[in-house]
Design a binder for this molecule. Structure first.
Ligand code: PLP
Length: 407
């Protein structure tokens, strides 16, 4: 938007954000409209990351059990701004059992999903009247630019180490400056499905420690972890605060407990982080300034009862293998995802938007072009759908590739 178009009645930045369409959501909305026209069995919607596996049984049980208490104030009343202390204690206990990090409820701030956790954290780390840079490794979740730049900071993109979307230490080394506030890590990664291994993370930790010393201030890792438990083949997601003490964790129950619409997650400022108490208060202050106090109370209590519940990975794993094998056999090129529920496929011919349009218009296959993931030339396919949809889509993917090549 040029200066002459800047309105004098509302924020031009907010207006631009409100009007900027999301590639994922546009396809998702298109899919709903198209399904009404031609029937949902004819539309193959692989656009959005809406978990297809129902929430674990314990989640339903927790809801029932809480509703039977009939204590309206306890269920539906305001909690403390950072969340119910007993719920935060239950989460802290689980983190201590799993990772031994010695945290308690004063290290946790409950939020409406990872989105609010990330926005609050970025805002908390953004210094007044200074240049603030947050570095992200591509490919990345397309909402990050809004979360970072909405507070006047800058998002600096570092391309991945190919062919397997690893951490480019060389790229990071060049990108870090005295204005770097944090590096954003999302592993398992949306959209690549890549899980960063302990040795790569230790290299990153070493680099950040050196740079922090050079510049005389901490450089934090902001670890965005909605897919922490969604890993396959017996792999384990390394817990980054154990490898680098200046890590702030933004967690979400959206994907692991299959309840993205319920909006619940948290920020963890581990006690070992530099300036942990100040940072926590700054997260609370940032959340307050954004209006993110007191996450929905019923759902807080549900997760408080489900801290040890793990997702059922069997269906995603079956989908992952069927899709990866099917598309590889058909001539598509991709790496096998290690976590999350996305396949990141090289765009045939290199133009992801063109291929996505072709697949959508000719085959009702809805797959997301990767420009907004900061990594052009790929297509993201969400395989959190029924297994039947994966199996029935494979001949269409094959036909689509042949037709695209033969245009
Ligand atoms: N971060 C990543 C990498 C995601 O994939 C998502 C959602 O898809 C989010 C954050 C936002 O998660 P939430 O629904 O918990 O706000």
């Amino acid at each position: 938007m040029s200066n002459k178009d800047c309105p004098d009645y509302c924020s031009s930045r907010a207006l631009a954000y409100g009007r900027q369409t999301s590639a994922i959501r546009s396809l998702f909305e298109y899919g709903k409209q198209k399904s009404r026209e031609v029937g949902c069995e004819c539309v193959y919607d692989f656009s959005i990351g809406n978990p297809s596996v129902p929430p674990p049984r314990q989640v339903d049980e927790a809801f029932h059990c809480l509703l039977e208490e009939h204590d309206a104030l306890k269920l539906h009343g305001y909690t403390s701004a950072p969340g119910d202390p007993a719920v935060r204690r239950a989460i802290a206990d689980q983190l201590n059992r799993d990772y031994g990090i010695g945290c308690d409820e004063t290290n946790l701030y409950l939020t409406c999903g990872a989105a609010a956790a990330l926005s609050s954290t970025f805002r908390a780390l953004t210094l007044c009247d200074q240049n603030n840079e947050f570095i992200v490794l591509a490919p990345y979740f397309p909402e990050y630019p809004f979360f970072v730049e909405g507070h006047g900071a800058h998002l600096i993109v570092v391309p991945p180490k190919l062919p397997d979307f690893g951490i480019s230490i060389e790229g990071l080394e060049q990108a870090i400056t005295s204005s770097t506030r944090a590096v954003i890590i999302n592993s398992p990664n949306n959209p690549s499905g890549r899980l960063y291994k302990e040795n790569e993370l230790l290299e990153l930790a070493d680099l950040l420690s050196r740079k922090a010393q050079e510049y005389g201030h901490p450089i934090y890792i902001v670890s965005d972890e909605p897919y922490r438990e969604l890993v396959y083949d017996g792999l384990k997601t390394p817990f980054i605060p154990l490898l680098y003490h200046n890590t702030i964790v933004c967690y979400s129950y959206s994907k692991t407990l299959s309840m993205p619409g319920e909006r619940i997650g948290y920020v963890l400022v581990p006690p070992r982080a530099d300036h942990a108490k100040d940072l926590y208060d700054a997260v609370a202050g940032a959340a307050r300034s954004l209006g993110y106090v007191c996450a929905p109370s019923l759902i807080q209590r549900v997760v408080g009862l489900c801290t040890d519940v793990k997702p059922d990975l069997a269906q995603y794993d079956k989908n992952r293998t069927a899709l990866y094998d099917g598309l590889s056999n058909a001539g598509y090129r991709c790496i096998k995802p290690e976590g999350a529920f996305y396949l990141f496929v090289e765009a045939p011919g290199g133009d992801a938007q063109a291929f996505s349009d072709f697949a959508r218009l000719n085959y009702n296959l809805l797959i997301v072009p990767s420009e907004s993931f900061g990594c052009p030339g790929y297509l993201r396919i969400s395989y959190c759908v029924s297994h039947e949809r994966i199996v029935s889509s494979l001949p269409l993917f094959e036909e689509c590739l042949k037709a695209y090549r033969g245009r």
